[in-house]
Design a protein around this ligand. Structure first.
Ligand code: TYD
Length: 224
């Protein structure tokens, strides 16, 4: 936290997802294969009769879709702190209206990106204070942490080759330079080292089926 601030942000107690459901997040750099893994996990869970909510940040709600458009497609500069607040605003609305109700119903929430993305991209990437960014997201979400976070770790140069092969225009974050993406990767790995009980770190260059096996194993252990 910066020393100029006179009133500290109230940070609630950090809690793993409370309620009968399960909250699983997928993290990693752009092009790491999160969407593929989310789909494979969803398929496996639903084939075993579990209710699943597949969602993402930014943009998991109608309000979030509008915020996503600003943070990913605004032409021109957005102040780093404003960007951090926009992601946090998307997250606050998403958790209250989608994620928490699903966990309370007993569903499994499979989510593409959550607060660790903010710490890695806005903290390590934009060089804001990582603890401030984490505290902001915890305030936004009432302290909700995932039960499991799968980090698909990939060298940024390999990620860039995958994105180039996709032939889609880059969004604001994807268009950042290589050193930005190297900091993001290091940021994710530092987070995983800090909370080894919550994170499953996987080498994203492994075949998708092998990665899916490891993810299923970790989810099954939590559901037992
Ligand atoms: P998206 O297309 O969802 O990324 P991907 O398909 O790579 O998962 O775009 C989300 C982008 O927003 C991605 O570049 C990471 C960035 N981001 C942040 O910078 N902070 C955040 O808190 C979140 C959730 C995403």
């Amino acid at each position: 936290m910066t020393h100029e601030r006179t009133r500290p942000l109230t940070v609630p107690r950090e809690a793993a997802a409370g309620g009968p459901g399960l909250f699983v997040t997928l993290e990693g750099g752009d092009g790491a294969g999160k969407t593929t893994q989310a789909s494979m996990l969803e398929e496996w869970l639903t084939s075993h009769g579990r209710a699943v909510v597949r969602t993402r940040e930014p943009g998991g709600t109608d309000v979030g879709v509008r915020i996503r458009d600003i943070v990913l497609h605004h032409r021109g500069h957005i102040a780093a702190r404003a960007e951090a607040l926009l992601y946090a605003a998307d997250r606050a609305h998403h958790v209250e209206t989608v994620v928490q109700p699903a966990i309370a119903r007993g569903d499994v929430v499979i989510q593409d990106r959550y607060l660790d993305s903010s710490v890695a991209y806005q903290g390590a990437g934009r060089i804001l204070d990582a603890d401030d960014i984490r505290a902001l997201s915890l305030w936004a979400t009432g302290g909700l942490l995932p039960d499991l976070t799968v980090l698909l770790d990939l060298d940024p140069a390999a990620a860039r080759r995958r994105l180039d092969a996709d032939d889609k225009p880059f969004d604001r974050l994807e268009a950042e330079k290589a050193d930005f993406h190297s900091r993001v990767r290091a940021g994710f790995l530092a987070l995983a080292a800090r909370e080894p009980h919550r994170f499953l770190v996987l080498d994203a260059t492994l075949p998708p089926e092998e990665l899916a096996d490891r993810v299923r194993e970790a989810v099954a252990a939590l559901l037992d």
